[in-house]
Design a binder for this molecule. Structure first.
Ligand code: G1P
Length: 297
């Protein structure tokens, strides 16, 4: 089986209701951490992992995403005239080559599995990655790149994984571990959003996947799972029985749940503190705020 992964699917059809009213007119993937939209972090991570074809599964109201990856000739001209070379470079780094990016509509919100299945014809018969832009992962080596390297050894299907507190497992797909080899974990079961008492472990699926085309076939049977939605987790779990070839991968890095306000704010602070030009002022501000709050208590 071919183990080079060049295509990635970005499911971006969700309505982002947790961020209303902001997401009334802006796709949540355009919400910004410091000065870069969430989706840009996902694209950069995919590029670092060797992805050359980017497949977006969108829905109504997401056209700002298409504009974002288009060229902006007026802006480029203005920056050029003003001699703003470094900003021009920043702007151009967001451009996509024609034909590198494709948009597919998910016409009904039937779940993450259904969204990925919508991209089946563009994926074809080869392994592919899935990136959920809500999960932003900071790490020295980008998460998907770590996975591509591990996958070169394992093949099969691989999901990013991370230990979460017991009382949080019901927000995730959770792995039943057959064999724990450290970073790589062989999986014997996967459950989507279990009750804490029913969870097979605390090892949760985080939004990075490398999958075989068989998963698309499983999704094609369109069985509804947790929450009445067609779940990607269930289609991957079917592969445990069919091929026995499903692995979890404990990545190195810090994951922010940017689908939640708390996670989004934490990511904003953390990425802000990583910027040399912002760090000192931001740190001073945080220290002052914390001291003032403590004093008021
Ligand atoms: C999705 C997946 C879930 C996974 C999670 C990671 O859930 O269905 O298996 O653990 O992403 O963020 P969602 O957050 O869309 O409810």
């Amino acid at each position: 089986m071919n183990r080079s992964v060049t295509k990635a699917v970005f499911p971006v059809a969700g309505m982002g209701t947790r961020f209303l009213p902001a997401t009334k007119s802006i796709p949540k993937e355009i919400l910004t951490l410091v000065d870069r939209p969430l989706i840009q972090y996902a694209i950069d991570e995919a590029r670092a992992a060797g992805i050359t074809e980017f497949i977006f599964v969108t829905s109504r109201g997401k056209s700002a995403l298409e504009d974002y990856f288009d060229v902006a000739p007026e802006l480029e001209m203005k920056l050029e005239q003003d001699g703003k070379a470094s900003l021009l470079e920043v702007l151009r780094s967001t451009n996509m080559e024609s034909g590198q990016i494709a948009y597919m509509r998910q016409h009904q919100p039937l779940g993450l599995g259904h969204a990925v299945w919508c991209a089946r014809r563009l994926i074809g018969d080869e392994p592919f990655a899935v990136i959920l832009p809500d999960d932003v992962i900071a790490g020295e080596v980008p998460c998907l790149q770590q996975m591509v390297e591990a996958y070169a050894e394992t093949g099969g299907n691989m999901v990013a994984a991370m230990e979460v507190p017991q009382d949080k497992v019901s927000a995730y797909g959770v792995l039943d571990v057959a064999e724990d080899k450290g970073a790589v974990v062989k999986v014997q079961g996967m459950v989507e959003k279990p009750k804490p008492a029913d969870a097979p472990s605390r090892l949760a699926v985080i939004g990075r996947y490398i999958l075989t085309p068989n998963v698309l076939e499983n999704l094609g049977r369109q069985r509804a799972g947790a929450g009445g939605e067609i779940q990607l987790t269930d289609a991957i779990a079917e592969e445990i029985i069919a091929s026995g070839d499903v692995h979890g991968f404990r990545f190195r890095g810090q994951r922010f749940d940017c689908g939640s306000k708390a996670g989004f704010l934490q990511a904003t602070l953390s990425f802000g503190l990583d910027r040399p030009e912002l760090r000192d002022d931001l740190l001073e501000f945080i220290e002052d705020v914390v001291a003032a709050r403590r004093a008021a208590q």
